[in-house]
Ligand binder design. Structure first.
Ligand code: DAH
Length: 352
């Protein structure tokens, strides 16, 4: 085959190849086919050794020409294919920024949690510590150290889940009073609240076997019933509104003496009388009193030196009052239809 024929062959073959190449990757393969070790163009100059100088010059010139020609053609083809591929990629990966986004559902604070946080805010602002105690408690802390010895009739009022004769699920956060006094080894003044869960063997619309309480305990020198009243008055206003009034009724709790039950003016009717307050204008919300000398003594505080007050209240009741929740069990069953009603907007309207 003469040089001319060989070049003609290369041109023809390139023409055919260019027609069938469809991607920039195939262009790379083409380059190998023509310029690789055994490539068609490489072959042109493979037997140069046998040629004369004149012939070498001629073959070199001609093969350079065809080399440039093939390079240019393949490069042009590669460029246009690359551009086409990029456009296709841009098209297929296009993001439509005008599409509406998926709605992210925002959660909101559980009504029970809102009450706890409000209670904590109030008492922390008054200098109280927020403390914690175990739900699995000893009979000793839940009853005995609160002046309720074994066999005491007051145990009947709190039907208890016993684990064994020594351990139980606490029926009242008052157990944390006993703990706070024992744990304070230096016997310094105490000012604490303890919100938490308690358990009793109840189950109806207003009682659940699990519910929330908050306990308060203040021990210092010269603490009086007036301090208790002032504190609870401010507390009631914070929780139920500025116009709320408070009244104390004499009562009995084994761990306080004197003991009181605390009513607040009905926040629904303002005290005029309505179905919620059973036409009395008042709603009972708290148990409280001056810490019983026996309780102080068992906690290591000399009752001749120290005095204190304590109070305890159900947190669920506050949530039920504030949000008009008819059944306490709604607070614990995590029904999404119930929870969705407490969106963020209504937090802005809450009593602060
Ligand atoms: N622990 C009582 C209960 O569960 C409530 C209570 C009453 C707590 C009087 C107190 C208190 O601290 O002084 O019914």
């Amino acid at each position: 085959m003469t040089m001319k024929e060989k070049i003609e062959k290369i041109r023809k073959s390139l023409e055919e190849d260019i027609k069938s190449v469809t991607s920039s990757r195939e262009c790379q393969e083409l380059k190998v086919k023509y310029f690789g070790k055994k490539g068609l163009i490489t072959e042109l100059t493979s037997n140069m050794k046998e040629l004369s100088i004149e012939e070498k010059k001629e073959v070199g010139r001609i093969s350079n020409e065809i080399k440039n020609e093939v390079t240019t053609k393949i490069n042009q083809l590669e460029e246009s294919l690359k551009e086409k591929e990029l456009n296709e990629k841009l098209e297929s990966e296009r993001i439509d920024i005008s599409l509406p986004s998926k709605k992210l559902k925002r959660g909101s604070r559980h009504p029970f949690q809102r009450i706890i946080e409000d209670v904590e805010d109030f008492f922390v602002s008054m200098g109280y510590d927020v403390v914690d105690g175990p739900e699995l408690e000893t009979d000793e802390n839940c009853f005995q150290r609160l002046n309720v010895p074994l066999g005491h009739p007051a145990r009947d009022a709190q039907d208890t889940f016993y684990i064994d004769p020594e351990f139980l699920l606490r029926t009242q956060t008052s157990s944390v009073q006993a703990r706070a006094m024992q744990e304070n080894e230096e016997k310094t003044p105490i000012r604490m609240i303890c919100p938490g869960k308690v358990y009793r063997r109840d189950d109806d619309a207003t009682h659940s076997h699990q519910f929330g309480q908050v306990e308060g305990l203040v021990i210092d020198k010269d603490v009086s019933l007036a301090d208790l009243k002032g504190t609870l008055e401010l507390f009631a206003k914070k929780m139920l509104g500025e116009n709320t009034k408070v009244r104390f009724r004499p009562s009995f709790f084994p761990f306080t003496e004197p003991s009181v039950e605390v009513d607040v003016t009905c926040f629904k009717c303002g005290g005029k009388g309505c179905p919620l307050c059973k036409q009395t204008g008042w709603i009972e919300v708290l148990g409280a009193g001056m810490v019983h000398p026996n309780v102080l003594e068992m906690g290591g505080y000399d009752p001749k030196v120290w005095t204190g007050f304590a109070f305890g209240t159900g947190l669920d009741r506050f949530a039920m009052f504030r949000y008009e929740i008819p059944d306490i069990r709604y607070l614990y069953t995590n029904d999404i239809r119930f929870l969705e009603q407490f969106d963020r907007k209504d937090e802005e309207n809450e009593i602060k």
